[in-house]
Design a protein around this ligand. Structure first.
Ligand code: HEM
Length: 201
């Protein structure tokens, strides 16, 4: 299968999982659309806090030796505005795979992406709680949260996808062999952990 088709298939598969497991869909987009202007007005504050945190931790600050923080911040703000405008189509979801890959390319580990997604969602929740009635704040937060999680899911899956592609396309392994190697390592690590870690009840 061509790589572009494989990516599209992967995104479709993840979107289907998200729809069935989180209920992400039109209702979420509708609630964002209704509140769009207010949500967009939070952009600068959310981005300031996001990049202040990244710059104050040496491990994440070093990324910005390679690329100016203002450029990254502007791109993330545009992304935020697109998300909260609620005008998301299939192309947006497919594009998120590329956004995820860009982070992998810069060597940003998945755990950092997950923690920073938490940072963004947490500040978003504070703003929503300050601004809207509780019921509305919850709805707006859930909608935003589902889309952020979708990007993070694609980033995590994009990492595994790329690693598998590298093993199959560059090292020449078959998909079955990659699975077998994975299972062999799993068993080995599992056994060691069972031996080394104290028993828990
Ligand atoms: C919830 C988490 C994050 C979101 C939503 C996000 C969003 C984005 C978006 C939309 C882009 C632009 C992609 C494009 O070119 O179209 C981007 C690029 C980038 N992000 Fe993030 N990001 C997140 C986390 C992080 C973290 C944790 C770091 C650093 C530790 C980071 C560093 C970068 C860098 C270096 C680029 C590439 C900029 C460039 O080459 O112009 N991002 N991000």
């Amino acid at each position: 299968m061509e790589i572009f088709d494989a990516v599209k298939q992967k995104v479709e598969e993840i979107l289907e999982n998200a729809e069935n497991l989180t209920g992400i869909g039109e209702n979420d987009l509708q609630i964002l659309k209704e509140k769009k202007d207010t949500l967009i007005s939070w952009g600068d504050e959310l981005m300031d806090s996001f990049y202040k945190t990244l710059l104050s931790y040496p491990k994440t600050a070093k990324v910005f030796e390679k690329v100016p923080v203002e450029r990254v911040k502007a791109k993330n703000k545009k992304w935020y505005e697109e998300v909260v405008s609620g005008n998301l189509d299939k192309n947006f979801y497919e594009f998120q795979f590329l956004v995820g890959l860009i982070h992998i390319y810069y060597g940003i580990d998945n755990n950092i992406m997950i923690f920073m997604a938490q940072h963004l969602k947490s500040n978003f929740l504070n703003k929503a709680a300050e601004t809207f009635e509780p019921e509305e704040a919850i709805k707006v937060f859930k909608a935003f949260s589902k889309i952020v999680d979708f990007l993070i899911a694609l980033t995590v899956e994009g990492y595994i996808f790329t690693l598998r592609e590298a093993l199959m396309d560059i090292a020449g392994y078959t998909s079955g062999l990659v699975d077998t190697m994975m299972n062999m390592k799993l068993e080995e690590i599992y056994k060691i952990l069972k031996e080394e870690l104290p028993e828990r009840n």
